[in-house]
Design a protein around this ligand. Structure first.
Ligand code: 6GU
Length: 223
């Protein structure tokens, strides 16, 4: 799986993606992340990427011609890439959307900044995604969230015996609770069933807990 990222802050994306599980996936070449500095496509001596908004108002707007030049270059090197704009106005990102993106072979993520994009940028992409109902200063953190959540669904990225099948959001449920040593901590004991060695009972308990927790914390999930 290859991710291209068009951004004014390539180091930010690299530092958010080059560690832990994702860093290992990149190291073992299961996942490739190529950043493209939008500044390189800027216009004129000053490599201009943004301009003041028509109609007035605060802030700067990323230019459609500059973004198009960057995207055209990425598309020519990555035929068929699926282009995604990260923006608070996009469709809300979810585990379901992550699974759908994991079926792509090549994804291009475009990070906005400042007040936003020229509206005509929307015509250049295949999808617009938001990672939640709050505003980030730029798309880099959102991009890292998408790359991480998609990558861990790709076979070989998680360890051999690790599986995403029991994780939160599978089957519309939050995951069951985990415990490790010590067996007793400040008066709180590890549930007896987990010490029983009875795997059928443990599985039943975990399923029950997942349903209970989901109902309590996230009644909006289907359950
Ligand atoms: Cl994708 N971008 C920005 N700038 N803010 C956001 C977002 C994306 N998703 C939620 N807030």
């Amino acid at each position: 799986m290859k991710f291209n990222v068009i951004t004014l802050f390539p180091e930010t994306v690299e530092c958010l993606t080059n560690y832990s599980i994702l860093g290992r996936a990149v190291g073992s070449k299961i996942v490739e992340i190529q950043t493209h500095n939008l500044r390189d496509f800027g216009l004129g001596k000053r490599k201009q990427v943004d301009d003041t908004p028509y109609g007035g108002g605060a802030g700067m707007v990323l230019k459609v011609d500059v973004l198009n030049a960057a995207l055209e270059k990425v598309r020519s090197d990555n035929p068929g890439t699926y282009a995604v704009l990260l923006t608070p106005k996009g469709k809300k990102y979810s585990q379901k959307a992550a699974k759908s993106l994991a079926n792509q072979r090549n994804i291009t993520l475009i990070c906005g900044h400042y007040e936003g994009f020229d509206e005509r940028v929307r015509d250049l992409v295949d999808a617009e995604l938001s990672i939640g109902d709050y505003v980030l200063s730029g798309g880099e953190i959102a991009t890292a969230a998408v790359i991480d959540s998609v990558s861990r669904l790709i076979p070989g990225v998680l360890g051999k015996d690790k599986s995403t099948e029991e994780e939160s959001f599978e089957g519309g449920l939050l995951e069951y609770p985990h415990y490790t040593n010590p067996r007793e901590y400040k008066g709180k004991e590890v549930p007896e069933v987990l010490l029983s060695g009875n795997h059928r009972e443990i599985e039943k308990w975990r399923k029950g807990q997942a349903e209970k927790i989901t109902k309590k914390k996230r009644p909006d999930l289907k359950g």
